[in-house]
Design a protein around this ligand. Structure first.
Ligand code: ADP
Ligand code: MG
Length: 738
């Protein structure tokens, strides 16, 4: 195999002999992957401490997993004369190799200037070229001036480009061509390692990492035992782990980096899926409530009292939910559906089925505004049915709360809507059997568990999680890998798609005219301001300033018909403003992102999002869902100076939340999707969720197949998987249970 040709690995005599013990770490000898990095020659205790502080690198294994952050492709080399003949318009990353003719550092008069020019002249048979780099003074003086000597063979790589008739170069890297007699680094792909200032101060530069890796890899590589049986490797076209580690550091081609990366990503995914699969299996072993599904009683009454018929998609997801409720294993289902797709009514139907079975239901929402709105809406629907519903939030008075708690514990309240207040210790239920969690990504695993623990008796409650943030399939398979997923795929038929437009800075006049004409037609408008910084204060500031300006300048004639809503208001204040807006006492509602979820006012047909480029796509899509709730044409106007913003263009192009989610994933990575739920999952270093779709499916299939075929990990070919699983997830397994 090519890897072994380049770096002959040293294997101890005999197949299964444990590495021998050596007294001194100066002897070139592996002590094992779990040995401290300080055993690597030249690292020692000081650097070891810094490595741990900077990157959490403690063991040799950790060290070998400190992979390059970038590679320089030095497979393209040119002659010095080619630099002098560089053509305008050509931008290329290339390498020149030659002998050092001269090195200089020009002392600068001002000692305060930290960077210092270091000049190096290189020559080959075709000519000479002078390069200038700027580096910190002390490093130039103490290192560069000594490092390069006349006559040394060196390679310099950079991106070259002709600018105003002068040859410019940037992205420079450089290396001596011989290190310890071994030809080094040119004509190949050079790994660059990240290093912190502290490590650099102790001489651990990218190039030092590279040199160390060169030495350490051949000594330790054989210790990376292959964990996967050969059929898994073959089926999924994976290279060996040891090969992958080698290729990550010293790839033979840019393509081989991809294969190494894929192998590491597969492994990461495989173990995550194994964890999820085990959780799922565990939850299947728990007994849940086998609800009797009656198409009579409350659920039926609900359907006949609705002013609309359910969409086909709503019917489908209800069928899936009813199957789960009927079964003896507890439901753990995620209901996905775009904003306005009608998840609430589906949840209500399911809750009424539980009520019909004489169980209590908890309906949890992430904010007070949303909880209150759900409460009001459900109350309206439930009034005719004679089902008792109550609301529990953090801002209620002591007496109010005591009364509510009494209703809950006595069983008088059948459906309890609430915020985080629901899973506080004092809340006790008479007979909780069904839990709905709206906007579930805003809650953590632990919070859900706390609520679950409040359920009645031996049988676990059914849980329905809801999300209006559609999540790309690749992510759903990992983030929600232990749940079942139902998706509402269509919007109710009477909806007109919201028209979305980017409105540039210089179109203020047109925007104002448009808004005024909408108001003249009796329509209402939201104007949303972004979070400026992390702090809530400045979030408030932008909205308040905007509000003041509108009242005094832009819409001075509407002065008293503009309202302000933000997170710092008490819930009574918020309520009062919302009531005013709802009752058309206000034409414009200026707001921070608190209106993101939950506000349902069909007469509001325009939403203006200020500094739209600061919002996530999913968030804009959510906000857009605040309009278009009636039968009138609605508009979402994105104010921005960045008209060419690709992300904004994506929201303009489509109203489909799933497409937007894919785009968000592609452009911003998976961070936004994980939310608090990530606490229950390991971190991903190698997976690219926008691109590794096939890999994710393969890893899931393999992991689930093993759990199916050998759940106890008894087969000999699964022993290494078991050990690795324990090694990787020991901490996670200790701290989390489902
Ligand atoms: P979301 O999925 O965003 O939570 P909601 O449940 O708030 O959506 O529903 C949005 C609006 O659509 C509500 O006013 C609801 O009454 C209405 N609705 C729900 N289902 C239908 C349907 N099948 N036909 C017409 N309107 C519906
Ligand atoms: Mg909703």
């Amino acid at each position: 195999m090519f890897t072994e040709k380049r770096f002959p690995t040293k294997r101890p005599a005999g197949k299964n002999t444990a590495p021998r013990q050596y007294k001194s770490y100066n002897v070139k000898s592996p002590l094992g992957l779990e040995a401290s990095v300080r055993h690597i020659k030249t690292i020692g205790p000081n650097r070891a401490t810094l490595l741990e502080r900077s990157y959490g690198i403690r063991t040799v294994r950790d060290f070998l997993y400190h992979f390059p952050y970038r590679y320089v492709d030095r497979t393209m080399t040119v002659k010095v004369a080619d630099l002098h003949r560089w053509k305008p318009g050509v931008v290329k990353y290339i390498t020149v190799a030659g002998r050092v003719e001269d090195v200089q550092c020009r002392a600068l008069r001002n000692r305060d200037i930290k960077m210092m020019p270091f000049e190096i002249t290189i020559s080959d048979r075709t000519g000479k070229f002078l390069f200038t780099f700027f580096r910190p003074r002390y490093i130039v003086e103490s290192f560069w001036m000594n490092h390069f000597r006349k006559g040394d063979l060196v390679a310099i790589s950079a991106r070259f480009e002709m600018v105003d008739g002068k040859l410019k170069y940037n992205d420079i890297t450089y290396d001596r061509l011989f290190e310890g007699g071994m030809q080094f680094s040119t004509g190949g792909i050079i790994p660059l390692y990240s290093s912190t200032q502290q490590l650099q101060d102790k001489g651990m530069w990218s190039s030092n990492f590279r040199m160390l890796m060169r030495k350490v890899i051949p000594e330790y590589l054989y210790l990376f035992d292959e964990i996967f049986p050969s059929d898994i490797l073959r089926r999924n076209n994976l290279i060996l782990l040891s090969q992958a580690i080698q290729e990550m550091h010293f790839p033979i081609s840019m393509d081989s980096i991809g294969r190494a990366h894929a192998r590491l990503a597969f492994e990461e995914l495989f173990f995550t899926e194994l964890l999820l699969g085990m959780r799922k299996k565990k939850s299947l072993a728990i007994k849940g409530i086998p609800f009797k599904i009656k198409r009579t009683g409350f659920p039926k009454k609900l359907l006949s009292s609705l002013p609309f018929a359910l969409t086909e998609s709503q019917e489908n997801v209800l069928r899936e939910i009813m199957e789960d409720m009927k079964s003896e294993t507890p439901m753990n289902r995620l209901l996905q559906g775009d904003v306005g797709s009608g998840k609430t009514v589906v949840a209500l139907y399911a809750m009424l089925t539980a009520v019909e079975n004489e169980y209590q239901c908890a309906f949890m929402a992430p904010t007070e505004i949303l909880a209150e709105q759900h409460y009001k809406l459900l109350k309206l629907w439930l009034d005719e049915l004679n089902v008792e519903i109550t609301l529990l939030t953090g801002s209620q008075t002591q007496t109010e709360r005591a009364e509510k708690l009494e209703q809950i514990v006595s069983g008088k309240a059948q459906i309890i809507v609430g915020t985080h207040a629901l899973f506080q210790e004092k809340v006790a239920f008479a007979k909780l059997g069904f839990i709905v969690i709206d906007e579930q990504h805003r809650f953590g695993v632990m919070q859900r568990m706390k609520l679950k623990e409040k359920a009645a008796g031996e049988l676990a409650p059914d849980i329905l999680l809801m999300s209006a943030t559609p999540i790309p399939r690749t992510l759903a398979m990992t983030v929600y890998g232990d749940m079942d997923v139902s998706t509402i795929t269509e919007l109710p038929k009477d909806r007109k798609p919201v028209i979305t437009k980017i409105v540039a800075r210089d179109k203020s006049k047109e925007l104002k005219e448009f808004l005024v004409s909408q108001i003249k037609h009796g329509k209402q408008i939201y104007i949303v301001y972004p979070l400026i910084e992390e702090s809530e204060k400045s979030d408030l500031r932008a909205a308040v300033d905007g509000y003041e300006k509108m009242r005094s300048e832009t819409f001075a004639e509407l002065k008293d018909r503009i309202g302000l809503l933000h997170g710092k208001m008490t819930s009574e204040q918020k309520d009062a403003v919302m009531e005013q807006f709802k009752n058309k006492k206000l034409d414009i509602l200026v707001s921070t992102t608190v209106i993101e979820v939950g506000i349902d006012i069909p007469n509001a047909t325009v939403i203006v999002i200020v500094n739209a480029e600061r919002f996530g796509l999913a968030q804009i899509h959510q906000l857009r869902g605040r309009v278009g709730r009636g039968t009138e044409q609605s508009y979402c106007l994105l104010r921005t100076e960045d008209e060419a913003n690709q992300r904004l263009i994506a929201v303009v192009r489509t109203n489909n939340g799933f497409e937007i989610a894919e785009e968000d994933l592609r452009l911003r990575g998976p961070g936004d999707f994980f939310g608090t739920r990530q606490s229950g999952l390991p971190e991903f270093r190698f997976v690219n969720f926008a691109e590794d779709k096939v890999l994710i499916e393969q890893a899931r299939e393999e992991a689930f197949a093993i759990l199916e075929e050998d759940p106890q990990f008894i087969f000999p070919e699964h022993q290494k998987i078991r050990l690795e699983f324990e090694r990787k997830y020991k901490k996670l397994l200790d701290t989390s249970s489902t």
